[in-house]
Design a protein around this ligand. Structure first.
Ligand SMILES: NC(=O)c1ccc[n+]([C@@H]2O[C@H](COP(=O)([O-])OP(=O)(O)OC[C@H]3O[C@@H](n4cnc5c(N)ncnc54)[C@H](O)[C@@H]3O)[C@@H](O)[C@H]2O)c1
Length: 361
């Protein structure tokens, strides 16, 4: 089956993965309908991330609506009055360290916000089954994955951080609407994404901003935690595949199989920045500083993404080597974007930063 949408509501579309998804929909997938980007514009959201969609804005095919997804009245009105026929829920508090410092916002946006969207959609959609609610979830809901296993979709949830627990709770809410009401949904669990427009509190952009500025790079513990890295365009193409051709009521893992320790990752980024800037190949080693490990830090993530490959024919198109080079180049060429993102983070720290977050900054 091929699902088509007239009006897609993308929440959190001013953030890293959501903005890449919206751009892909118009520029790569050839989407002919409208996209409503519902975003609260927290410290993580920047409307300039989609400044290149000026022509779609002029024709009304792209609109940014600044709202909190916990706002029941606004969400209900938008889904009903704008005749939304698909929702892709990217909006979230997304940074694990912040959830350790202060978890309440994670409960609000990730759990209550998802529930608010589900209720708004169910009220507007009734018994319609030609619509879809797509929940963007994470590999972190499964918890740490022991060697040499890979987690599949039917593995049990064992979230370690308040962030992962809030995402797990949201998934349970989505699935419960499917079981209880026959509500049409899909869920995708992705591994760590990287690429352009990622806020420099996450590992790769954090390391890159520090490397370019020649500042200290904090490394948790021994740097031996393993993450599976997925280029953001591959995540986007996977989500597009699922919302157009996936089966309602199913969940799919999205992974690349490219697994690295944090130390190997930082070394790779350092060598690439050195090559681009003409610095000594190991200049980055003097910047690295091992810091106290993150409490509850999952040791390893590893997903089995065979279901998505076998059933829907999706596979990643960008190797880690290609993605890393493209990402290092993008951050090197977008200094103004980086400066703005760092200012937003700094402002947040001044206004709301907790002792833990300040220690890490
Ligand atoms: N980054 C990753 O590696 C990764 C991996 C797997 C899954 N995910 C999931 O993907 C989604 C997007 O992640 P990201 O890295 O792009 O996040 P991000 O932090 O870059 O962006 C989140 C966006 O959501 C918006 N937002 C936050 N609270 C909101 C609210 N209450 N109402 C409306 N908008 C709100 C922010 O303004 C921002 O634009 C999240 O659901 C996250 O859990 C992320």
């Amino acid at each position: 089956m091929n699902r088509e949408y007239k009006t897609l509501m993308v929440t959190g579309g001013a953030g890293f993965m959501g903005s890449n998804f919206i751009r892909y929909a118009f520029r790569t997938a050839g989407f002919k309908g409208r996209i409503l980007n519902v975003d609260k514009l927290t410290y993580a959201g920047d409307k300039e991330n989609l400044a290149d969609l000026a022509s779609e804005s002029e024709t009304g095919r792209y609109r940014l609506l600044q709202h909190d997804i916990c706002d029941h009245e606004a969400m209900s009105r938008i889904v009903r009055d704008e005749r939304v026929d698909g929702i892709v829920n990217f909006a979230a508090e997304s940074h694990v360290d912040r959830s350790i410092a202060a978890a309440q916002a994670f409960g609000a946006t990730n759990v209550l916000g998802t529930l608010t969207l589900l209720e708004a959609a169910r009220a507007a959609w009734g018994d319609r089954r030609d619509v879809l609610f797509h929940q963007i979830s994470t590999d972190e809901v499964y918890g740490s994955c022991p060697e040499p296993r890979e987690f599949a979709e039917d593995d049990r949830y064992e979230p370690s951080s308040p962030y992962a627990a809030s995402k797990a709770a949201a998934d349970h809410m989505v699935r419960s609407f499917g079981v209880t009401h026959g509500f049409p949904y899909a869920i995708t669990h992705a591994t760590n994404n990287y690429g352009p427009y990622q806020t420099p509190e996450k590992l790769i952009p954090l390391v890159l901003t520090r490397l370019y500025a020649q500042e200290t790079i904090p490394v948790y513990g021994k740097g031996d935690n393993v993450r599976e890295w997925l280029f953001v365009d591959d995540h986007t193409s996977a989500v597009w595949t699922v919302i157009t051709r996936g089966k309602a009521g199913e969940s799919y893992n999205i992974g690349s199989g490219e697994r690295l320790t944090n130390l190997d990752l930082i070394h790779g980024l350092g060598r690439e920045v050195a090559a681009r800037t003409g610095r000594a190949p190991d200049f980055f080693k003097a910047l690295m500083k091992f810091v106290v490990d993150r409490p509850g830090h999952d040791k390893r993530y590893a997903l089995n993404a065979e279901k998505l490959r076998r059933r829907l024919g999706w596979k990643p198109a960008v190797s880690f080597d290609q993605g890393l080079k493209a990402t290092v180049a993008w951050y090197g060429q977008n200094e103004a974007w980086m400066a703005r993102a760092r200012t937003r983070l700094g402002n947040w720290l001044k206004a709301e930063g907790t002792a833990w977050a300040k220690r890490r900054s």
